[in-house]
Design a protein around this ligand. Structure first.
Ligand SMILES: O=P(O)(O)OC[C@H]1O[C@H](OP(=O)(O)OP(=O)(O)O)[C@H](O)[C@@H]1O
Length: 237
């Protein structure tokens, strides 16, 4: 086994990819991706660096998520008059971010799809019971006819995303039309999600038993009241 193979094996030691079925895909891991994941997990990373490197990993995940959307064949004429057989996006996509960490992924999507519509869902967990409840949801009117890129970077138990999925289904979005775009996922969350929503596609950068739950606090620079912060995020938008 060459050094590259050894590295890949080490990088993949945290999960058995076959366990989650073919609809869960993991961003191809290379040393650059692993470095980004390492910086984001390091407690000594400054907030400025955290946001910078998070945005880089988000961009990679968004690009690969967009790759899961449908394309149609097309042909263009090059400046020399040659025909070129290529691909183009099918229209009818939108993004939905789960507030608040999911909002960190919006810019990465907009950088790729300039005027894409983006809906929002706010799910809050009860501090005592840990039960997730939906506080706010706003979507494009025709969301049931669109493919939906659901954005949330951290899946610990998976409860937040499961609740958001229920809202999308209440709005008649087909499960097979949803692509979940995620950075870090625990094995428990992965198993819960592929079991609950077998037709949904999931794209993550890593499955690992330790969820970097500091993501939202560090990216946005403010904490929840339950985590020692000063303001609980309850304002409807
Ligand atoms: O998969 P789940 O168990 O539902 O957890 C998902 C995320 O939500 C929580 O963070 P937080 O409440 O800070 O979310 P936010 O950053 O989006 O505000 C938790 O610490 C995870 O990071």
């Amino acid at each position: 086994m060459g050094s590259t193979d050894t590295t890949a094996k080490l990088l993949n030691d945290n999960y058995d990819v076959d366990e989650y079925g073919t609809n869960l895909k993991i961003l191809p891991c290379n040393n650059q991706v692993k470095e980004l994941q390492t910086i984001l997990r390091d407690k000594n990373t400054t907030r400025s660096d955290f946001k910078f490197y998070a945005d880089r990993l988000i961009r990679l995940v968004i690009e690969e998520s967009l790759n899961q959307l449908p394309f149609t064949k097309c042909m263009v004429i090059t400046p020399t008059g040659a025909e070129y057989k290529g691909l183009k996006y099918q229209k009818g996509n939108c993004g939905v971010s789960i507030v608040r960490s999911g909002e960190a992924m919006e810019q990465g999507l907009r950088d790729c799809c300039r005027s894409i519509r983006i809906g929002k869902i706010l799910v809050e967990s009860d501090i005592d019971t840990h039960e997730a409840k939906v506080v706010y949801a706003k979507f494009p009117d025709d969301i049931s006819e669109r493919k939906v890129l659901l954005m949330y970077p951290i899946m610990s138990t998976g409860n937040t995303v499961i609740k958001a999925m229920a809202v999308l289904k209440e709005h008649n979005v087909l499960e097979e039309n949803i692509i979940l775009s995620n950075l870090f996922c625990t094995p428990i969350a992965a198993k819960s999600l592929v079991t609950a929503f077998p037709k949904m596609k999931i794209l993550t950068s890593e499955i690992h038993t330790v969820a970097p739950n500091h993501f939202g606090q560090k990216y946005f620079g403010c904490t929840h009241s339950c985590c020692g912060g000063d303001t609980k995020y309850t304002r409807k938008r």
